[in-house]
Design a protein around this ligand. Structure first.
Ligand code: IMP
Ligand code: MG
Length: 183
């Protein structure tokens, strides 16, 4: 693909910005209740969960910290390679902390499974997962998460942090790519 061509065309909106905002507020309140009296560390998974983590962290409005780690499972294509790599590590120790991993979407489940394995070896006090989107039908690895925003069908979506080929992370709604326009 010629990178100068820019992003592919967008298809229909599947979750509006208002629906996202309402759900994120609810998830934040649930976390606020569940972690009352504690000082959790939110960990956003870059880059897809950047926007969600920032909003959820504020919605929970707890005395808490925010850190990020980077993982990659895509080679720039719309399908995962099946291999998960750590591309950026946390800036602090999580030993003894109540850690909440914030992820954009569960597809095959490999990224969540990798993160759980990796982070469990660092001895957090507790480890919870909050994902905005869950593509239930695509699961290849059994994973359990604690908080889910929306279950969605097996369609490639972009927006609210999620990208295709680096584009559309700044879209406020969640939308599908126009399938007739894909290469
Ligand atoms: P998994 O490891 O197969 O569960 O894939 C999870 C990762 O793939 C997510 O963190 C996303 O970055 C990416 N991903 C999966 N489905 C989509 C999608 O529909 N749009 C954008 N990124 C996706
Ligand atoms: Mg991701």
């Amino acid at each position: 693909m010629d990178r100068r061509e820019g992003p592919g065309r967008l298809g229909r909106v599947v979750i509006t910005r208002q629906e996202v905002a309402t759900r994120v507020t609810d998830l934040g309140l649930a976390i606020r209740r569940d972690y009352a009296g504690r000082f959790p560390l939110f960990v956003g998974v870059l880059k897809g969960a950047l926007v969600f983590a920032a909003d959820l962290f504020r919605a929970a409005a707890l005395p808490s910290s925010l850190d990020f780690m980077g993982v990659s499972s895509y080679g720039g294509d719309a399908r995962p390679s099946g291999i998960v790599r750590l591309t950026a590590d946390l800036s602090m120790s999580i030993e003894g902390r109540d850690v909440i991993i914030v992820e954009d979407i569960i597809d095959t489940g490999r990224t969540i499974a990798y993160l759980r394995r990796n982070l469990a070896t660092r001895h957090p006090r507790s480890l919870a997962f909050c994902v905005l989107l869950d593509k239930v039908a695509r699961r290849e690895v059994e994973v359990t998460v604690d908080y889910v925003g929306f279950a969605i069908p097996d369609e490639f979506v972009v927006g609210y942090g999620l990208d295709h080929d680096g584009y559309y992370r700044n879209l406020r709604d969640v939308a599908v790519l126009d399938p007739s326009a894909s290469a």
